[in-house]
Design a protein around this ligand. Structure first.
Ligand code: GLU
Length: 308
């Protein structure tokens, strides 16, 4: 087996317990199937990403005992690959001059699935050259969208089974020239030989669109495992403001990285509450079929729950 799994954080801050749990799961899925395990920093957004955050994230993952094959990749080094991929999509893209507000206020597309995120209403799909020139003359700068033509795509997910979604005309390049996550993730996973994507289940709905783009680019789509997110005491997605939920803040309360690994392992039903574990031991116990499928309700005081 020579495929690879990966963890692909955005270096926009410290990793919290939910991020660390997803990273551990990605490592377990990859290593238990004999895959290489790669790290990629998704720093496309120059205003939010920071090299210092990337260094801190790598240090935290290493402190948990996770190891990676090869050097971390960084998306800001790969601009030329994204441009080259978009060139290959000629005829399947179009310029979009809409502002966020115009998209939000446009009437819904008729095929919008109930409960799904807003899909692009198609305003700029068939602009004439003259209409484009008018918009440029107004000082608007275009984003570039995929012309998906209302297609549906199906992916296989190890935890969710077959997932089929209509593919939106999603953005490939923002109107400030920044390449989109949905483009870069497909180009990079293919270039890195990634054939197993383990990540938070908030991204499940974007997987069919990414697989569709992979097919257009002539690269294989990976297999997926979208894992449950961590939530705070009110059931909302965990965030750094939820208190001592990063390794650095827990360390200040006297909690070691090893104890954090125990806490995460307990949440995965892979260890007892006071057991000292290592990633290698968790690998021996790991069974994807037995993974808890509910969101992880992080204790209000993670440090307290370890001392209880
Ligand atoms: N960079 C994304 C995040 O931090 C993850 C994307 C992915 O794993 O495909 O949420």
């Amino acid at each position: 087996m020579n495929g690879a799994g990966r963890y692909a954080p955005s270096p926009t801050g410290e990793l919290h317990l939910g991020n660390l749990r997803t990273a551990l799961l990605a490592w377990l899925f990859a290593r238990s199937t004999g895959r290489r395990f790669l790290l990629r920093f998704e720093d496309l957004d120059p205003e939010r990403s920071d090299r210092a955050h990337a260094d801190r994230q790598l240090a935290d993952l290493t402190a948990l005992g996770l190891d990676f094959d090869g050097e971390p990749q960084t998306q800001s080094d790969r601009w030329a690959s994204y441009a080259e991929a978009v060139d290959r999509l000629a005829g399947r893209t179009y310029e979009c001059y809409c502002s966020r507000r115009e998209i939000a206020e446009a009437p819904s597309a008729p095929h919008r699935q109930p409960g799904s995120l807003r899909t692009y209403p198609g305003t700029c799909r068939d602009l004439s050259n003259e209409q484009r020139a008018d918009r440029l003359a107004e000082g608007r700068r275009p984003a570039l969208r995929l012309r998906a033509g209302g297609a549906s795509e199906t992916v296989q997910d190890l935890l969710h089974g077959e997932v089929t979604r209509m593919v939106d005309d999603f953005v490939l390049r923002r109107n400030d020239g920044v390449w989109s996550y949905n483009l870069a993730v497909v180009v990079d996973d293919a270039a890195m030989g990634v054939d197993q994507v383990v990540r938070g289940d908030d991204l499940l709905s974007s997987a069919p669109g990414q697989a569709y783009l992979a097919a257009l680019l002539g690269v294989p789509a990976p297999m997926y495992a979208h894992v449950p997110l961590a939530v705070n005491a009110s059931g909302q997605r965990l965030a750094k403001r939820d208190g001592a939920v990063t390794l650095a803040r827990l360390a200040r309360q006297g909690v070691s990285a090893g104890e954090v690994l125990t806490l995460i392992a307990v949440s995965l039903d892979l260890a007892g509450p006071t057991e000292r574990v290592t990633p290698a031991l968790l690998l021996e116990r790991f069974d994807p079929a037995a993974l808890p499928r509910r969101p992880w309700a992080v204790p209000g005081s993670p440090a307290g729950s370890l001392r209880a």
